[in-house]
Design a protein around this ligand. Structure first.
Ligand SMILES: N[C@@H]1[C@@H](O)[C@H](O)[C@@H](COP(=O)(O)O)O[C@@H]1O
Length: 259
């Protein structure tokens, strides 16, 4: 696991884009896994800049969102399929038809989850998966106690997650859905490369567990310790409970900053 700690979020975005862009330059038909939430926004801005500059193209690529709320209409602005288009894919040359999200508005979300997992497989799997992390340690929407090898499935949001996400619903907790379809931890772990972004002190405990804690269903993100190509990009707040940050800085410098 590479752990990079930075002072500002735009730097995190730039570094993330430097890691992701070469994958799509080498393989223009690659598959990008997308996370919603606020943490990846600077990364999306940095990728958009590269597309605008003509140094990166997603014209032949495909994208799969990590998760989707169950129970929101497909037109709802906070449905993740709409959120991701607004903040990222519609600002790039991604064809709209190549941007996929679980069918959270389906009459049968359980069948929709299984179909989505099959769709990812049929696309050849995810080459790079962008991840955030919830303050309760979820990735995607894999909440504590779920199987560490789960496939795409219907999950139920913790009170903590609903409270965290209420800000996207004008602060109205009652408007935050209670269920979702999420790629499973087993699905996420099959991605070729993971880039996880966390910012703010509210993520510090979850980040410390993920990087330094024992692997446990209580903190689902700890499963990434088994991935052999994961880069974790943090700000000072999110890194504030790590006990070995000097070592991480040294290792980062040795790998990326030769100067
Ligand atoms: N399902 C999403 C996750 O994919 C996201 O990574 C996480 C953190 O969100 P944020 O980056 O806004 O803190 O919670 C949300 O609920």
């Amino acid at each position: 696991m590479q752990v990079g700690i930075f002072n500002d979020e735009s730097k995190i975005g730039e570094i993330g884009a430097e890691i992701i862009a070469p994958v799509f330059i080498d393989k223009p038909t690659g598959v990008l896994g997308l996370a919603t939430g606020s943490s990846p926004l600077p990364l999306y801005d940095a990728l958009v800049k590269k597309v605008e500059a003509g140094t990166l193209s997603f014209a032949q690529a495909q994208a799969f969102c990590l998760d989707e709320y169950v129970g929101l209409s497909m037109e709802h602005p906070e449905a993740y399929r709409n959120f991701i288009r607004r903040v990222f894919t519609a600002r790039t040359d991604f064809p709209d038809s190549a941007v996929h999200a679980p069918a959270g508005a389906s009459d049968d979300p359980y069948a929709a989850a299984a179909e989505y997992d099959a769709q990812i497989k049929a696309a050849g799997g995810v080459d790079v998966q962008i991840l955030g992390i919830g303050s309760d340690g979820h990735i995607g929407f894999n909440e504590p106690s779920g199987s560490l090898s789960s496939r795409t499935h219907v999950d139920f949001l913790t009170e903590q997650t609903r409270q965290d996400n209420a800000r996207f619903f004008d602060g109205n907790l009652a408007d935050v859905p209670t269920a979702c379809i999420t790629q499973g931890l087993g699905t996420i772990m099959e991605a070729g490369k993971l880039v996880l972004i966390a910012t703010g002190a509210g993520k510090a405990e979850a980040v410390a567990q993920m990087v330094e804690g024992p692997v446990s269903a209580r903190w689902p993100a700890t499963v990434v310790q088994f991935h052999n190509d994961i880069t974790v990009l943090l700000d000072e707040g999110a890194a504030s409970k790590l006990t070995m940050r000097d070592y991480y800085a040294q290792a980062w410098k040795a790998q990326y900053d030769q100067s």
